[in-house]
Design a protein around this ligand. Structure first.
Ligand code: BES
Ligand code: ZN
Ligand code: ZN
Length: 504
């Protein structure tokens, strides 16, 4: 945890290892650097020489002496607003993450930041405080667990002091607290995803969910493989058959105290390792397949966050968990599976396993909760990463109202989505001669991301539903400073925002 506090004193009045100041492009040295100029009189000349102009992406760090110690001053560029517009809040997120990374590189564990005026971004101060706390976590995330060389271990950010002059101290404090909760949850998901697949098995992941549920007072059910078979979940069991590890089916429930509140369901793909099964992946496509439980991680961590933030809506989190491995017992191309809702599918490719376990999970959500909406999150298709790259999650749905809500949450939270067309024209792609549907789209239709969504649609009946394909956005997103190689926690911020701002 990072200890995050607000202070109405000036930046340099704080006791910290690193002092962060944000500057817009074309800043005024006499005004914006007034406080630091008392300690570093030559700063504006140095900045000219170093060509620090406040452009977005620029950071400048220098040592200076304060309170009798040598400390670090970090200047971070915010860029400038387009004509008649405000500065995009995303510039702030990235600028803050860069400043935090720079501080950590200099072994600073206590960082003080001067919060820019929220007006600059056209947002309220509570939201700005929330984003600040959340990005402090995301920007300082690292995975040191298996490093033995101490020099490669990154510093933990232990304390963040946010200097802010605001009349509304309560709003600032609340914003920081919300951001603290969301940021730590995002990093928890990233930690699970980055964990080696033989460490994080379905059983272990389900146990993590259990610990969180206990801590936060969420209702929890865990079904083991025997129960999964008995319930008729042929998809989850089929995928799990090839593995020595047992599968798990995890259901978490958050209940609001508000009477007659609607219920929404989140469903996350939890393949803790995807080898492809008998339709085995080439080695270089398999390297990062521990990431294939990112959807489940997002759903579980979102529910844990929501248990603390207590929105006015009931939220169900469902995560089917399995390995996908080849063996003498494994699912074969040509096999036909029967799912929880009674429908059947022909397995033509055992590497299209995500939709098989999601079919049972979506059916379960519909049957037991009749929710107002279902959102599923899954590293479902390589095709999605090819189509959109790493910067956007693919969004598919035929419910425009729900799409609008998800889009608004993506915009607010910074967890970006881009809609792909889920037109009925793509529907015949998953026709099968021997079963209700096939688990792979026919080649002549292409668009593997959309045809996968059509497969899932067979299991949601008429419940409004959005499918989020995070195959590109969950892992190895380049260039964005609050990410790093490895897991991003895609989906967590979006799901939390959606529940908090839910409109039925
Ligand atoms: N887990 C993969 C999708 C994936 C690929 C996620 C790359 C993240 C990065 C999924 O189970 C899969 O293998 N899908 C197949 C589907 C195909 C066989 C119809 C794919 O995308 O090739
Ligand atoms: Zn697969
Ligand atoms: Zn997969």
């Amino acid at each position: 945890m990072i200890h995050i506090t607000a202070s109405d004193k000036s930046l340099l009045a704080q006791k910290a290892h690193s002092y962060v100041l944000f500057l817009q492009e074309g800043f005024s040295a006499s005004k914006d650097l007034k406080e630091v100029a008392q300690i570093l009189p030559d700063l504006s000349l140095i900045l000219k020489k170093r060509e620090f102009t406040g452009k977005s992406g620029q950071v400048y760090a220098t040592s200076f002496s304060i309170h009798g110690e040598i400390r670090l001053l970090v200047l971070a560029g915010l860029g400038k607003a387009a004509p008649k517009k405000k500065i995009d809040i995303e510039q702030f997120r990235r600028s803050l993450a860069r400043a935090i990374k720079e501080s950590i590189r200099h072994k600073s564990s206590t960082v003080a930041v001067a919060l820019p005026e929220s007006e600059l971004f056209g947002v309220d101060v509570a939201y700005l405080a929330e984003q600040t706390a959340c990005i402090a976590y995301m920007g300082s995330y690292h995975f040191n667990e298996f490093l033995t060389d101490d020099s490669r271990k990154e510093e933990d950010l232990q304390e963040l002091i946010v200097c802010v002059i605001s009349k509304d101290k309560k709003a600032v404090a609340q914003g920081l607290e919300v951001g603290n909760c969301i940021g730590s949850g995002v990093n928890r998901a990233r930690h699970w995803i980055d964990s080696p697949p033989s460490v994080l098995t379905p059983t272990v992941l389900a146990n993590h969910a259990k610990e969180l549920a206990k801590e936060a007072g969420l209702k929890l059910q865990i079904f083991d493989e025997k129960q999964v078979i008995a319930m008729g979940m042929g998809g989850l069991h089929g995928v799990s058959r090839g593995s020595d590890e047992e599968c798990r089916f995890v259901v978490l429930e958050y209940h609001t105290k508000r009477k007659n509140a609607p219920t929404i369901a989140f469903v996350g793909k939890g393949i803790t390792f995807d080898s492809g099964g008998l339709s085995i992946k080439p080695a270089d496509y398999m390297e990062d397949m521990k990431e294939d439980m990112s959807g489940a991680a997002a759903v579980i961590c979102a529910l844990h966050i929501l248990a603390h933030l207590k929105p006015d809506v009931n939220v169900i989190g469902i995560a089917p968990m399995s390995e996908n491995l080849p063996s003498g017992k494994a699912l074969k191309p040509g096999d036909v599976l029967r799912f929880y809702n009674g429908k059947t599918a022909e397995v033509r490719n055992t590497d299209a396993e995500g939709r098989l376990i999601l079919a049972d999970a979506l059916s379960y959500a519909v049957k037991h909760y009749k929710p107002s909406a279902i959102i599923d999150v899954a590293t479902l298709t390589g095709a999605c990463a090819y189509a959109l790259g790493h910067f956007y999650t693919g969004m598919m749905s035929q419910h425009d109202d729900l799409v609008a809500q998800v889009q608004a949450s993506a915009d607010r939270s910074g967890d970006r989505v881009w809609r792909l067309p889920m037109h009925d024209d793509y529907k015949p792609a998953i026709r099968s001669e021997v079963a209700d549907i096939s688990n792979t789209g026919s080649r002549k239709y292409m668009a593997g991301t959309v045809t996968a969504a059509h497969f899932l649609q067979h299991f949601v009946d008429d419940v409004p539903w959005v499918h989020l394909d995070i195959a590109g956005s969950a892992y190895n997103v380049p260039d964005i400073p609050y990410f790093r190689p490895g897991a991003t926690g895609a989906g967590v911020r979006l799901l939390v925002d959606l529940a908090i701002n839910w409109k039925d």
